[in-house]
Design a protein around this ligand. Structure first.
Ligand SMILES: C[S@@+](CC[C@H](N)C(=O)[O-])C[C@H]1O[C@@H](n2cnc3c(N)ncnc32)[C@H](O)[C@@H]1O
Length: 294
């Protein structure tokens, strides 16, 4: 179980109705079979990116099939209208502009309580599979501290810090952790870290910001340090797993450039940041990559 599993499994009918309804509203039957680029041109869209994530979601739900880069619908799409953000997919794709995520205190609290509940098992599993991780550990974009709490449970006595925006750090309740207010894209990071974690963070950003964050993190590592990227998994051909493909569409609805980045892309950005020998860490249902200091 990980952060989006509950939604991807428990609300599958809602997600399916929403993507089929979006296909109906965009009149995809008139422009497919086609690649996302060709379909976007025919629909007069500014960019094919959000449409591609919808087509991949249709394929993973078996409402479309993919031959190379060409998508074919399985039938004429028809579904009831749905409420909420996923009920607005077609409009978001046409406008090529994401919805604003609610940033009020209550929504923030609800999001982070959910991340704590849904992420606790994955966090324990991660540290159990990384016995060579030591403190000081910096949990970048650590939120309420789910991964820091699990680190301190696995390594009692080690030093750990949760780094995040000040308003998010107020939600952290990890008694032995230090709190470090930062902006991931702007702040300089404290040097000498033996472990740096980016858990469920890089999916909020596009490639250039991911590269920037990885480069900052690489500079903050001690010579014997380890940088870990943990995130949702999507295969490089984006054929699955369903949870990652559906979450990528969610990111296309809520972020300007966020995406579920595949392991090959992440590993190549890690190498470009000077990190050495990125390797997969076994993690059920999610992705973790660990790489050594430059
Ligand atoms: C999806 S949450 C993941 C939280 C935690 N790592 C986990 O897995 O439970 C992403 C976190 O990144 C933080 N974040 C996003 N952009 C940031 C930025 N520019 N500076 C600092 N933190 C940021 C958010 O505040 C949030 O806590």
């Amino acid at each position: 179980m990980d952060v989006f599993s509950l939604v991807a499994v428990g609300q599958r009918a809602y997600l399916r109705d929403s993507v089929v309804r979006a296909a109906e509203e965009l009149e995809l039957a008139e422009v497919l079979p086609a690649t996302a680029e060709a379909a976007a041109r025919k629909l007069g869209l500014r960019s094919p990116h959000r449409l591609l994530r919808l087509l991949e979601a249709l394929a993973v739900l078996d409402e479309a099939r993919r031959e190379g880069d060409v998508f074919h619908l399985r039938g004429r799409p028809h579904a009831p209208a749905t409420a909420g953000a996923w009920g607005r997919i077609a409009g978001i794709i046409r406008a090529d502009r994401p919805l604003a995520e609610p940033a009020d205190e209550d929504s923030l609290r609800r999001l982070h309580r959910h991340l704590e509940r849904a992420g606790a098992d994955a966090a324990r599993e991660l540290w159990a599979n990384l016995p060579d991780a030591h403190g000081p550990m910096l949990d970048l974009g650590g939120g309420a501290g789910t991964y820091t709490a699990a680190f301190l449970e696995a390594h009692p006595g080690e030093d750990a810090a949760i780094a995040d925006r000040p308003q998010v750090l107020e939600l952290a309740q990890v008694s032995r952790a230090r709190l470090l207010p930062i902006d991931l894209l702007e702040s300089e990071l404290p040097k000498g870290q033996r472990t740096i974690l980016l858990a469920n963070v890089l999916h909020l950003f596009g490639e250039s910001d991911c590269r920037k964050i990885l480069a900052k993190a690489a500079l903050a590592l001690a010579p014997d340090g380890l940088l870990i990227v943990k995130d949702l998994l999507v295969e490089p051909d984006r054929s699955g797993p369903a949870e990652g493909v559906l979450f990528a569409l969610n990111l296309a609805l809520f972020t300007s450039a966020g995406d579920v980045h595949d392991p090959l892309a992440l590993a190549s950005w890690m190498r470009a940041a000077g990190l050495r020998e990125p390797r997969r860490v076994p993690l059920s249902g999610s992705l973790a990559l660990a790489a050594a200091s430059p």
